[in-house]
Design a binder for this molecule. Structure first.
Ligand code: KIV
Length: 279
């Protein structure tokens, strides 16, 4: 089926017509190919990279160079989905100038269509500077993993009146600053539904209920590619980790017992040539 390139205006149009938006994370070429073939609307190279692929304890250590390395691989694998690059910790917090420079790298070197950054009112100067430079921005509020130290852990946000009002105000300020997409991570479903109804921002939820304009999940949670159980907000569609473990174990056993490789895995040579070899 012929598909067309997804753009930010197209996602805004989907919000208007009520067509739900599918977004998933990817960090490598083969996963990106699957997403291109299936036709997901948007692929996010999240800084979750640090935890699910690079083995860090949090997203805090992830660098711009690590992000770009993986964004480039994903870019080679997709043509149509909107490619969003996640700005890692300390690649935009220092100043609007730093934010524009690094968002520019995401676009020029990584081939991104949009950049994502975490935070509310406090990052609006960065959002304004990036969008003024012609780069689309996806905001991210609620549970913002880069601030896990100040949030005091991976907790649901916006459950009380003050917290909920802050998220509403953040969303409004981020739209005014130029963001057109926003991720809601781990906020109550009723709050996500109410903001979605009252904002022109395209809202993408993860642990934010069914009434956002779209949903995003970390691909490793969806396919069970982790030793731990998937988090509460994810649905695991297949559990690959034990299957991979089984395959690797069978290979190792067969190498030890010489059951692998079999004759059909090798390459033939004339016996006459073999006979002439000198040692
Ligand atoms: O880094 C990431 O994968 C994300 C998603 C969870 C939205 O920010």
């Amino acid at each position: 089926m012929e598909r067309k390139k997804i753009t930010v205006p197209e996602l805004i149009q989907k919000k208007k017509t009520g067509e739900k938006i599918s977004m998933l994370t990817a960090y490598d070429y083969p996963t990106a190919r699957v997403m291109e073939r299936v036709g997901v609307d948007s692929v996010l190279v999240g800084d979750s990279l640090g935890m699910v692929v690079l083995g860090y304890d949090s997203t805090v250590p992830v660098t711009m160079d690590e992000m770009l390395h993986h964004i480039k691989a994903v870019r080679r694998g997709i043509k149509n989905p909107l490619l969003i690059g996640d700005m890692p910790f300390m690649s935009y917090q220092v100043s609007a100038r730093q934010a524009v420079a690094n968002a520019g790298r995401m676009m020029k070197e990584g081939g991104c269509d949009c950049v994502k950054l975490e935070g509310g009112v406090e990052v609006t100067p960065q959002v304004k500077a990036i969008t003024d430079a012609g780069i689309p921005v996806c905001a991210h509020i609620g549970l913002t993993p880069q601030s896990v130290a100040s949030l005091g852990g991976y907790k649901v946000q916006g459950k009380d009146l003050g917290g909920a009002q802050k998220l509403i105000d953040d969303a409004g300020a981020l739209y005014e600053a130029g963001a057109r997409l926003i991720v809601f991570e781990c906020i109550p479903s009723a709050l996500a539904a109410a903001i979605t109804k009252n904002t022109p921002l395209v809202t993408i939820g993860i642990g934010a209920g069914p009434d956002c304009d779209g949903q995003v999940l970390v691909i490793h949670d969806l396919v069970g590619l982790a030793e731990r159980n998937p988090p509460k907000m994810a649905r695991q569609y297949v559990n690959l980790f034990p299957q991979l473990e089984q395959a690797v174990s069978s290979y190792a056993q067969e190498v030890r017992s010489a059951a692998f490789p079999a004759p059909e895995h090798g390459f033939a040579m004339d016996q006459a040539v073999v006979d002439q070899l000198k040692f």
